[in-house]
Design a protein around this ligand. Structure first.
Ligand SMILES: [Zn+2]
Length: 392
């Protein structure tokens, strides 16, 4: 018998359409989806959605933590964070670690990779390693030359669970590293860069096909020749039909007009929502201490910002965005111009495809039963991961 049956829902098929219907779940997978008579009448638990939206769970390919917890602090906080993500509609996340080229990091990344299959409340199919081969600092990233030997050691230490590595096109020796990552099934993301047009194009040719927290920390070349507009990494990525992009959809890191520009260049299939969330995300507006020894003010309108007397007072301290709020923002900004099922794809189907997870981000027979029943204001009324209810 099926374990779960959701009836009377408005089912969101990302990128395809929204239709009234029901679905059934067994052994962690969707076993039936569609008209009510296509779904078995019996299940251990039946939920009447009362006409509310049911979507695939949100997938976040770039996130450093949530509320009080950050993944760089180790497996204990990883477990604590995992238990909180369902409340924000996130059912699948790639915990993002700041990469360091040192022996201790290999040990640490190995411990984190080993912990992934044991987390409860969310699916964590792999790690995202941000750095160390990035050209511009930010988020604590190192800037060191690329090193394929180190990458091989990292992939071995993380037993195949490194799924994404973020890097910069202009770092010396990066092209063989990009080719190695692609050959090993790891997705290279371009970021923290001031690469030239040619450097970015070479990275794209080598197999880097995605830019993360696009525009943020993507530095434009200076205007040195009056009247001549310089072009660089941003234009190289926007103009290349092979490349996709993601955004921190908090309305603070990126002005929505810039996201609209990317939607026009890439189409809805080529744009992904991320949170890049960190300490503070999901917490009520207010002031908080951080593990970095500075105090931040968190508010949805301004993000997380450093408080005085720190010499960077006023600056952003990571992102305080949650997945459900990002989705609410996308609907508010673009709901008039794009069908809702396409906007949902930015947080479901698109990141799942980007991360090589074809069984996530879709409502179809055989897909993972990672589901969200949505209440008012983009707040989940219930969230299931692998068919198990994790909140609501
Ligand atoms: Zn990041």
């Amino acid at each position: 018998m099926d374990t779960l049956r959701i009836t009377n829902a408005r089912l969101v098929f990302p990128g395809v359409g929204i239709r009234p219907g029901s679905l059934a779940v067994r052994d962690g997978q969707i076993t039936a989806v569609g008209e009510l008579d296509a779904v078995p009448a019996q299940a251990e638990e039946t939920v009447d959605a009362e006409g509310a939206l049911v979507t695939p769970g949100l997938v976040d390919v770039h996130t450093h933590g949530i509320e009080r917890y950050r993944y760089d602090a180790g497996p204990e906080e990883l477990h604590a964070a995992a238990g909180r993500l369902g409340a924000y509609g996130c059912t699948c996340a790639l915990p993002t670690l700041i990469g360091r080229r040192e022996e201790a990091f290999l040990t640490f990344a190995g411990q984190m990779a080993a912990a992934l299959p044991t987390v409860a409340g969310v699916s964590m199919p792999g790690l995202h390693i941000e750095g160390p081969f990035v050209a511009r600092t930010g988020a604590g990233c190192e800037t060191v030359p690329a090193d394929a030997v180190f990458v091989r050691e990292l992939l071995a230490a993380t037993v195949g669970r490194t799924r994404v590595m973020s890097l910069s096109p202009e770092v010396s020796g990066i092209l063989p590293v990009i080719e190695l990552l692609v050959a090993e099934g790891v997705v290279p993301f371009i970021t923290h860069t001031g690469a030239s047009l040619a450097e970015t194009q070479r990275a794209l040719d080598a197999g880097a096909r995605h830019a993360t927290h696009f525009y943020d920390v993507f530095y434009a070349p200076p205007e040195t020749d009056l009247g001549v507009r310089p072009v660089g990494c941003v234009e190289a990525v926007l103009a290349d039909t092979r490349a996709t992009v993601d955004f921190i959809c908090d309305g603070v890191h990126v002005e929505p007009t810039a996201i609209r520009m990317a939607l026009l260049c890439k189409g809805w299939e080529g744009v992904v929502m991320i949170t890049d969330s960190n300490i503070g995300a999901g917490l009520p507006a207010g002031e908080y201490d951080t593990p970095w020894g500075l105090r931040i003010r968190v508010a949805p309108e301004t993000g997380a910002r450093i408080l005085p007397p720190h010499h960077f007072a006023g600056a952003l301290a990571g992102s305080a965005l949650t997945s459900n709020r990002g989705m609410a923002n996308l609907h508010a900004w673009f709901g008039r111009d794009y069908p809702a099922e396409q906007l949902w794809a930015l947080g479901t189907r698109n990141p799942a495809r980007l991360a090589g997870l074809p069984n996530k981000g879709v409502l179809q027979v055989g897909a993972d039963a990672d589901l969200v029943l949505w209440g008012e204001g983009f707040v989940p009324a219930a969230t299931w991961v692998g068919g198990c209810r994790v909140c609501g």
